[in-house]
Design a protein around this ligand. Structure first.
Ligand code: NAD
Length: 523
């Protein structure tokens, strides 16, 4: 296998490439409402209990999905138990081959899947394309990582082999993995967790986000149509209760979750409870929310800072887990930074995700629009709104991009994850004070620093608890194999997606010790 390389993103600045994507969008619109089934083993059951719509035009129905019943969850768990007996014994290289084939499947259909994301998740073109590339990357990366784990199980620390004794370490799949995914990276995140589970020989059940079932269905198709045995991966669309059933079932060994803190912490609590007859402890792999801070020191170059902050805070309407939410600006540059940021926020181009020119589209659903509105009102009451975007469409779930300042330190605008286009700027007297504020947060996902002083970079790197710190650049857009991604503290369990070590969460170590000087050799 060739060494891993990131899938190249589309060159959207070129007109012919844009025309191809526009064509894919037209084709997508022409095909009508997609049907998303519950898919367990060989059986597909269609239904229309769950409707996914275009957040920018909520009367446009993108897909109708069946919702998994209790009986479907049970059938999926039975299928996974069966599937595990064969998939778990399939050699790592053969498992990897399926993943690589699935990457090829997606590559061939990347424009169609990108178009689907533009409609179902309101991801602007660039972001939708990036998500599909990341999905391909996860498949390619974990395929290679699984082979490496099989071939070099000692992880570079050879077990000692004294005379007369042979010690071997191997990593065995844990069993059944329940994957519960969010909507904001609707292909890459479910596919990342699913492919890690499968690459290591587990059987997997995917419960996708209720907002984006059609994109998640593509993930399952990519693997199933690339030779994955039917029982190794089942698909259970539905809302939270479907996920909760999986979490509680004693037949599940590992739960791979990405989503909010509230749900993640609930999953931790419930998974800790061992049911009668359960003979294993469940493992929870959880990537959760953040409240990401960017420190801007007095020597920072504001020409670099402003565009990087705008992208970090407002791309995909602030709905990336890594999005910038707070700026901690040194008092020497605070006022000029706010002034320049205000100018940039006012002219943000807010519109439909299908328009290649827009800076940002709508938020995912009405509830998110209302939530951002509540925090906006809170910032207005207890702080100052320094700027809002001037033109915001009123049809669709659009939230007004907002820059807020002068908030009290305990304001919920500064402490809660808002997950929308609202950026708060705070004044600090020093980088030390900024680090104290970052340190006071229970979240530790991503962070940023703008400074020209290498000493400051080292100081902040040493002090900040975040999982991913970005210096003198935007703080979103982590790439598989380049910036392994994930948070610490209440933001996550800390072993990063798209990096070395991620697969270890899906396996358990087994050591075999043999006496090699035994008497009586059987030939
Ligand atoms: P969410 O927590 O509302 O939902 C995530 C998934 O959990 C969905 O599939 C949902 O149906 C399911 N769910 C809901 N209740 C459940 C329950 N009681 N038991 C089991 N499953 C349940 O999150 P969301 O709105 O889909 O996604 C946004 C959140 O995800 C944000 O907080 C964001 O920061 C976070 N996120 C984190 C990362 C990361 O890598 N750290 C990446 C993407 C998103």
């Amino acid at each position: 296998m060739k060494p891993f390389a990131n899938e190249p993103i589309l060159e959207l600045r070129r007109a012919p490439v844009r025309a191809q994507l526009a064509g894919a969008l037209r084709e997508f619109d022409a095909q009508g409402t997609l049907q998303v089934p519950v898919w367990v083993g060989e059986d597909m059951r269609h239904g229309s209990e769950l409707i996914s719509t275009d957040p920018g035009a909520p009367d446009r129905v993108v897909a109708e999905a069946a919702v998994a019943t209790e009986a479907d969850v049970d059938a999926a768990l039975q299928a996974a138990q069966r599937g595990f007996t064969t998939w778990g014994r399939t050699p790592a290289a053969a498992r990897a081959e399926v993943l690589v084939k699935a990457a090829g499947w997606l590559r061939e259909r990347r424009l169609a899947v990108t178009a689907l994301e533009v409609r179902e998740a309101a991801k602007p073109w660039r972001e939708a394309d990036g998500d599909v590339c990341e999905a391909i990357d996860f498949l390619e990366y974990y395929a290679r990582a699984a082979i490496a784990l099989d071939e070099q199980p000692d992880l570079g620390f050879d077990l000692l082999q004294p005379p007369g004794e042979r010690n071997r370490l191997r990593w065995a799949p844990r069993g059944v993995v329940a994957v519960i995914s969010p909507w904001n990276f609707p292909a890459a995140i479910p596919l990342g967790m699913v492919s890690a589970g499968l690459a290591t020989g587990n059987a997997v059940i995917l419960k996708p986000a209720e907002q984006t079932p059609a994109t998640a269905f593509m993930v399952v198709k990519a693997l199933r149509e690339s030779g994955l045995p039917a029982d190794a991966l089942s698909f259970l669309p539905g809302e939270g209760p479907v996920g909760a059933r999986l979490v509680e079932d004693p037949r599940v060994h590992t739960i791979a979750f990405t989503g909010s803190n509230q749900v993640g912490l609930e999953i931790f609590r419930r998974a800790a409870d061992t049911k009668p007859g359960q003979s294993h402890l469940k493992r929870v792999v959880a990537e959760m929310g953040g409240k990401n801070c960017v420190i801007v020191d007095s020597d920072a170059d504001l020409d670099d800072v402003v565009p990087a902050l705008i992208k970090s805070a407002f791309n995909y309407a602030g709905q990336k887990c890594s999005a910038a939410a707070r700026v901690l600006a040194h008092e020497a540059i605070h006022d000029s930074l706010v002034e320049r940021m205000a100018g940039a926020v006012e002219v943000l181009d807010v519109g439909q995700a299908s328009d290649p020119e827009v800076d940002l589209g709508p938020v995912i659903e009405r509830e998110a629009q209302e939530r951002v509105g509540r925090y906006h009102a809170e910032a207005e009451r207890h702080g100052r709104i320094a700027a809002v975007a001037r033109d915001v469409p009123n049809r669709g779930w659009f939230a007004t991009p907002t820059l807020a300042t002068e908030l009290p330190e305990d304001s919920p605008v500064l402490t809660d994850e808002i997950f929308g286009p609202l950026l708060a700027v705070e004044r600090v007297r020093s980088v030390e004070e900024a680090c104290d504020r970052v340190d006071a947060s229970p979240f530790a996902l991503t962070g940023g620093l703008f400074s020209r002083n290498p000493g400051t970079v080292e100081y902040v790197a040493e002090r900040t608890p975040v999982g991913n710190l970005y210096v003198n650049r935007e703080i979103t857009g982590a790439m598989v194999g380049r910036q392994p991604f994930g948070g610490n503290r209440l933001s996550g369990t800390g072993t990063k997606a798209g990096g070395p070590g991620y697969l270890l969460q899906f396996v358990e170590p087994r050591v075999l010790t043999e006496n090699t000087v035994r008497h009586g050799l059987v030939v």
